[in-house]
Ligand binder design. Structure first.
Ligand SMILES: NC(=O)c1ccc[n+]([C@@H]2O[C@H](COP(=O)([O-])OP(=O)(O)OC[C@H]3O[C@@H](n4cnc5c(N)ncnc54)[C@H](OP(=O)(O)O)[C@@H]3O)[C@@H](O)[C@H]2O)c1
Length: 272
């Protein structure tokens, strides 16, 4: 069961910016929202939007949270701060290493999720992972090829690695066996951006397409911002592809997948 409307934007970049940052007012989650017994994973949950999302999930009683960072020190600092602010002593906060520039790291990370995220005693869903927010992302200002995979780093992080991680996490989010009565489907959310709706995607007719992202000449022609925007267009293409699969059955069991535009915000690491 898939519902998706993926249309080119009829608004300019400025129009979209005004819509998502000025005209749209945040809708608070329902007051009775309870995430007790659930496990959530947030990639790059140690800073910026991921960190703020982590705080909110914990405020709603989330029982287990995994945040990732490439730096154990940064991850620990974030976890300490989350523990201090969440006022929920029963929540378990784990910091696991994940480098989205390495396929080995992504695969190792998923294996760790499979072996260590066992269903919690108070889990209604019977799954070890209920929510995955794929938030880790970059907007590189300069062209750089990632040595480990041979791809340009913004394209690698925001699209290729995000796609791999999303696909590898689906079975975990789906769970094994018949879901328990009253449990919600697993949820996979990818942090997108409205810039993805206004990207010119000048290299879309390149054949083959993927090497065109690793071509410095193309990058310089298109500019860093356009390349970032295209990486977010590709997130929506991924979403459209995932939507074609039968991820949720007619009883609503399975995995719900979405991507969202968070609006323009400064990361929590920004100096005030
Ligand atoms: N800020 C905005 O206005 C805005 C608007 C639209 C969309 N977004 C999207 O929202 C997401 C978060 O942005 P933010 O502004 O909150 O950024 P941020 O504060 O810079 O945080 C980025 C996070 O991504 C992680 N990350 C970066 N490269 C990584 C890699 N190779 N492997 C693993 N983790 C990596 C970082 O973790 P470590 O460095 O600790 O590993 C960090 O926690 C991104 O996907 C961004 O494109 C942001």
């Amino acid at each position: 069961m898939a519902s998706m409307s993926l249309q080119p934007s009829t608004l300019s970049s400025l129009g979209l910016f005004m819509k998502s940052n000025v005209r749209m007012k945040p809708i608070p989650p329902p007051k009775d929202l309870s995430l007790r017994g659930q496990t959530a994973l947030i990639t790059g949950g140690n800073s910026g939007l991921g960190f703020e999302a982590a705080k909110q999930l914990l405020q709603h009683g989330l029982s287990r949270l995994v945040i990732t960072s490439r730096s154990a020190e940064k991850g620990k600092k974030a976890a300490d701060s989350l523990r201090a602010s969440c006022q929920n002593p029963d929540s378990e906060i784990l910091v696991w290493e994940l480098d989205m520039l390495s396929y080995d790291s992504i695969q190792q990370f998923v294996r760790r999720c499979e072996s260590e995220l066992l269903p919690l005693g108070n889990s209604v869903s019977g799954r070890g992972l209920d929510i995955a927010i794929l938030n880790a992302g970059v907007a590189q200002a300069v062209f750089a090829i990632n040595r480990s995979t041979g791809h340009e780093e913004t394209f690698q992080t925001n699209y290729l690695s995000t796609a791999l991680l999303a696909i590898l996490l689906l079975p975990l989010l789906k769970g094994k066996g018949k879901p328990k009565v009253g449990s919600k489907p697993g949820r996979l959310s990818i942090v997108g951006s409205s810039t993805g709706l206004t990207a010119a995607f000048g290299n879309r007719n390149a054949n083959p397409l993927i090497p065109s992202f690793d071509d410095q000449h193309h990058w310089e022609e298109m500019g860093a911002f356009e390349r970032y925007s295209v990486s977010k267009t590709l997130v929506m293409v991924l979403l459209a592809q995932l939507g074609k699969q039968e991820l949720v059955d007619e009883d609503g069991n399975g995995v719900q997948v979405n991507a969202f535009e968070p609006g323009f915000v400064r990361g929590t690491n920004c100096k005030k």
